[in-house]
Design a binder for this molecule. Structure first.
Ligand code: ASP
Ligand code: MG
Length: 412
């Protein structure tokens, strides 16, 4: 008999009617084999709980925040199990602690370290649907922990790995992974399949379909993973572990982020230790430095530019002004109206010319590239934010990703 792990996100269980609809789907699935279900809190619930915490304590102890947040998922597991029983489908709900989802003790972003699946297996073999609270676990000291926002995805994938499930299905409010955000590019289309490496890049670049840790987990244990809609029937998108075939598109997706700001420090000494000094000061404030460029030195000085999350811009700028004084730099400049666009595809490994096509397309649209960074399967550029939509659409079409376009890619 096959074993399926299905995860339903917040909107999929957002109302009583939707919980009943999920119960119907699950009951039908169980007729075909064993089924385990992982759920999120009803949509909006985690935010509501966080607001309560803030109202009581502006900086509430993380341990207590976790005790509070874990209740959101506990409500959903109980309601879904009741709805299943009401349909005549035997079901049992469990919190993360009850099924021994062991984590480290980092409250608010704990990592799963072990799962003891004994109890779950017993229930499954006696024909029950097992309903598990996503997003939560328990540390060695018995304290409730949570896995970070969107963490139910990771619970589902970890459960599927532990039980060697035939498939882990993530049901959400979109019907799969898209070539880019359809709100920005109406020509975006659903991908039948995507490699785990591409999915990791897209998730880290801000595509919010799956929590990034769940993708890392899936990759490590090669969990067969599928993203699909809980509202319409359809095959969704399969995350795969093989290299794609030659005839497949070179680029799988275009990701972008407006959550960027840029800082430049000009005229710093061109000598050992200076890069460390600049980036180190910012990083010590827990600010994530992303893209970095250093100009070729001239007159024993150089310029240094890097990006930070937009929310950290003011703080990063203050820190950089101090570094600039200490290094006797010429000046500090900043820009908060930038965006990052990335093209992602494992096809880049075997094909030259992707970068030049990208640069040509942006050039033809009159869009200036401010910074560039590349990895084995990704090219990212920083541009002025106001050109973001134009750039995404132009690249989407140039790389043959448009809905009705053939997959021919005009290489430069
Ligand atoms: N309820 C949690 C959140 O809103 C976890 C999840 O939905 O995956 O982030
Ligand atoms: Mg989610």
């Amino acid at each position: 008999m096959s074993l399926l792990v299905q995860k339903y996100g917040g909107t999929s269980v957002g109302t009583v009617e939707r919980i009943q609809a999920v119960a119907k789907r699950v009951a039908a699935e169980r007729a075909r084999g064993h089924d385990m279900v992982v759920v999120s809190a009803m949509s909006g619930e985690t935010n509501r709980l966080l607001a309560l915490a803030r109202a009581v304590h502006p900086n509430a102890p993380p341990r207590e925040v976790d005790v509070l947040l874990a209740t959101g998922e506990q409500v959903t597991i109980a309601l879904l199990s009741m709805a299943l029983e009401e349909l005549g489908c035997p079901a049992r709900s469990y919190t993360g602690a009850q099924v021994h989802i062991r984590t480290d003790s980092v409250h608010g972003r704990a990592r799963i370290t072990a799962i003891d699946d004994g109890r779950v297996r017993q229930d499954l073999s006696s024909g029950r649907v097992v309903v598990i609270a996503g997003f939560q676990g328990v540390d060695e000291g018995g304290n409730i922990t949570t896995l970070g926002r969107g963490g139910s995805d990771t619970t589902a994938v970890a459960m599927a790995a532990a039980l060697r499930a035939d498939e882990c299905q993530i049901y959400t409010d979109v019907d799969g992974v898209y070539t880019t955000d359809p709100r920005v590019c109406p020509q975006a289309r659903r991908l039948e399949r995507i490699t785990v490496e591409e999915m990791l890049e897209l998730a880290s670049l801000g595509a919010k379909v799956l929590q990034i840790r769940s993708v890392e987990f899936a990759g490590k244990y090669r969990v067969p993973l599928r993203v699909l809609s809980s509202f319409d029937d359809g095959p969704g998108t399969l995350i795969t572990y093989e290299e794609p075939k030659m005839e497949q598109a070179l680029i799988s997706g275009i990701a972008f982020s407006r959550d960027e700001a840029k800082l430049t420090i000009k005229g710093v000494p061109d000598e050992p230790g200076v890069a460390y000094r600049i980036v180190g000061d910012v990083a010590s404030a827990n600010i994530n430095v992303d893209m970095i460029i250093q100009n070729v030195g001239a007159d024993k000085t150089t310029d240094f530019t890097f990006t930070v999350p937009r929310a950290d811009y003011r703080q990063a700028r203050e820190i950089l002004e101090k570094t600039a004084d200490a290094l006797k730099a010429r000046e500090v400049q900043g820009d908060e109206r930038i965006a990052k666009i990335s093209v992602v595809g494992v096809g880049m490994r075997s094909h030259a010319g992707i970068a030049s096509t990208m640069f040509r397309v942006l050039g033809e649209e009159g869009i200036n590239i401010q910074m560039i960074s590349t990895s084995e399967i990704k090219i990212s550029v920083i541009i002025e934010e106001k050109y973001l939509e134009l750039a995404v659409r132009a690249l989407h079409s140039a790389f043959g990703l448009d809905a009705e376009a053939a997959a021919a890619v005009p290489l430069a």
